[in-house]
Design a protein around this ligand. Structure first.
Ligand code: HEM
Length: 165
């Protein structure tokens, strides 16, 4: 019998500020001593990639989330937001074991055409991805909620370090 319990996470949003500052750089970092990146051609590049539904624009400029000119409408129209939206699509909010963004690069019980990208679950990149997945914006608030700034120490999306616990 297939059970499909209603997800209490419902339509909870992940943090855009933490994604831009702490997760997107993971996709741009050369992997395992090669020049290859997750967002690279043949992998998850939005034009030349073959990476399933995870589609990334490697050269997407970052945006200053504390600049009032960067309204939600402006950010949602930006390339960096396309990376956010695609990566969020690879996540079950609050559940790291069911999130493809975790299990694929670790080859945790699933096939990944890109191979094993990270050695194990205590890899610093995986810790950042898991923290993003398990710290969504409060229910009813959107991906730009300033409540998510507590994911940085100090709680500043521009200067704070990315928390992982
Ligand atoms: C941090 C780096 C990476 C992450 C987070 C990642 C994540 C993912 C995810 C979530 C999927 C599933 C997409 C879907 O279900 O539609 C996927 C698939 C794929 N990835 Fe990656 N990947 C990474 C690196 C790479 C690299 C370096 C390559 C190329 C060498 C690559 C090639 C692919 C391909 C071809 C697929 C589609 C086939 C499949 O589902 O396995 N990936 N990856």
């Amino acid at each position: 019998m297939v059970s499909n319990p209603e997800s209490t996470q419902g339509n909870q949003h992940l943090s855009f500020a933490y994604f831009q500052r702490c997760i997107d750089p993971i996709f741009l970092t050369p992997l395992n001593g090669t020049t290859n990146t997750c967002a690279g051609g043949g992998c998850h590049d939005t034009v030349t990639g073959t990476g399933g539904a995870l589609r990334l624009i490697g050269a997407a400029p970052t945006l200053d989330v504390s600049d009032p000119a960067n309204t939600p409408a402006v950010i949602r129209a930006a390339d960096i937001y396309k990376n956010f939206y695609s990566a969020q699509g690879m996540v079950v909010v609050g559940n790291t074991t069911q999130s493809r963004l975790v299990v694929k690069p670790l080859v945790l019980g699933v096939f990944h055409a890109g191979g094993q990208v990270f050695p194990n679950e205590s890899d610093p990149n995986i810790k950042l991805i898991k923290y993003w997945i398990t710290h969504p914006a409060p229910l009813g608030q959107d991906e730009f909620s300033t409540a998510t700034y507590t994911m940085f120490t100090p709680a500043d999306p521009k200067t704070g370090t990315c928390n992982t616990q």
